[in-house]
Design a protein around this ligand. Structure first.
Ligand code: PSV
Ligand code: MN
Length: 431
């Protein structure tokens, strides 16, 4: 294995400084959980098995449409992005997979890329296509849409891109393609709603037909942006209708920032689970819209309630239940590595808290219509500080007890700055 970028001795030293307090906190929590008939080591093992994928595009500093303020030693290509992902996984031990985005992460030799990732202890999960921007030299513009464009030539070009993404993804060992289109309209009357969706389905049928047997296609909906009056796949309803229309290999992906304010996302999750249509998640948090803020930074209880549904499906051994967990965030004012480590931990935290819910007691409260008790059972799990479990899970896998502190002690950015000179450009831009 290639040498990891943070000195393993430094991780061991910082862990050693914290090990005694962690042991005390862990033992204390073990006692509390034992009184609730919960075996802490069984929970820690589940935490150790938990995985959330890192988006390759999240390793660079994000931006708004007004500005982007680049950070020190930003990765300039997929190889450097993978180096940063390796650091995130080295310290958190729950992010072994990376979700690449094409053509941003396109390379000449995808076998070489796979080998490079493998040497860093990383693998690839869902690949993402991009038909929401025009690329240099592209023949047909996506200004008026891609898979739904009124021009057949533009649609064919977008379909071909998605099919090449599948082929690249196959070489990388991925098993799914996530399709998000920016298609929609800015003016009432601009687009015929039904005709646009018919064109979308026609295009998606061709992409679906190109899926290998063991692949799936994930459809991602989004209420607005870049189209501000209507989007073609605007919500989970349209999403799941399309997934049902396409077939079993098509499922609906839930990006937490892509709903109207106050929408009950955990209930959407439950519905998708029930009908075997839950593809997985793009985790992030939001205050106003698709803010792409760090996971759990604003609404940790909502994230917990989503995991409550997911763990419930695990508990009931719901057939075919295997969602993909991914982060999808934009880091405008933080070091992306720190945000991604912190967010991975926050998502893992929600999962572990959901494991603490006394499910049988909850089912009994539901059967008795005991609303207060049901809510208390959820809160009992949510209010438990599972920090020692998460830290122990990392420590037992040679990760960092405190990833951000260890990362800061390593001075990673400064150490690699000479290898990664800044482009000096501070333009606007999405991630
Ligand atoms: C769109 O806002 C989105 O959530 C999609 O997942 C894209 O692939 C990603 O962000 C990156 O722009
Ligand atoms: Mn997304």
């Amino acid at each position: 294995m290639t040498e990891l970028r943070i000195d393993a001795n430094l991780v061991a030293e910082t862990n050693a400084q914290q090990a005694e307090y962690l042991a005390q906190d862990y033992d204390m929590l073990a006692g509390q959980l034992a009184r609730r008939n919960i075996d802490i080591n069984a929970i820690t093992e589940r935490a150790m098995a938990f995985e959330v994928a890192v988006p390759s595009w999240g390793t660079g500093t994000g931006g708004t449409r007004f500005a982007r303020f680049p950070g020190l030693a930003e990765p300039r290509n997929i190889f450097e992005k993978l180096q940063d992902c390796a650091v995130i996984n080295q310290l958190t031990r729950c992010t072994r997979e990376v979700s690449p985005h094409f053509p941003w992460d396109r390379v000449d030799d995808f076998s070489e890329l796979r080998q490079y990732a493998d040497n860093l202890g990383l693998g690839f999960t869902c690949v993402n296509s991009n038909t929401f921007q025009d690329q240099p030299g592209q023949q047909h513009s996506y200004k008026y849409g891609s898979l739904t464009n009124t021009s057949q030539a533009a649609r064919e070009q977008a379909i071909a891109h998605n099919i090449e993404c599948i082929q690249w993804g196959q070489t990388l060992g991925a098993k799914a393609l996530t399709v998000w289109v920016g298609d929609g309209s800015n003016h009432p009357g601009q687009q015929h709603f039904q005709h646009a969706l018919e064109r979308y389905l026609d295009s998606m049928r061709k992409i679906y037909a190109a899926l290998p047997d063991d692949w799936q296609v994930f459809i991602e909906h989004k209420m607005f942006e870049p189209a501000f009056y209507s989007t073609v796949i605007q919500d989970w309803g349209t999403n799941v209708l399309c997934a049902m229309e396409l077939g079993d290999k098509a499922k609906s992906l839930v990006d937490l920032g892509h709903h109207a304010p106050n929408v009950n996302i955990e209930m959407i999750v439950s519905r998708l689970i029930q009908f075997k249509k839950l593809a997985g998640f793009h985790f992030n948090d939001s205050k106003y819209g698709d803010d792409d803020l760090d996971s759990g930074s604003l609404h940790p209880y909502q994230q917990f309630l989503i995991f409550n549904e997911l763990v419930d499906a695990e508990y009931r051994k719901q057939e075919g239940f295997a969602p993909c967990y991914m982060l999808d965030q934009s880091h405008n004012v933080t070091d992306p590595i720190e945000s991604l480590m912190n967010s991975a931990e926050e998502v893992q935290r929600s999962y572990v808290k959901a494991l603490l819910v006394d499910r049988e007691a909850l089912y009994a409260a539901q059967a008795d219509n005991d609303a207060l008790q049901a809510s208390r059972l959820l809160k009992a799990a949510f209010n438990t500080d599972v920090g020692p479990i998460l830290a122990m899970a990392r420590s037992r896998q040679n990760g960092a007890i405190d990833p951000v502190q260890t990362y800061r002690a390593a001075n990673y950015r400064a150490a690699i700055a000479a290898d990664r000179p800044s482009s000096g450009v501070s333009g606007s831009g999405i991630v």
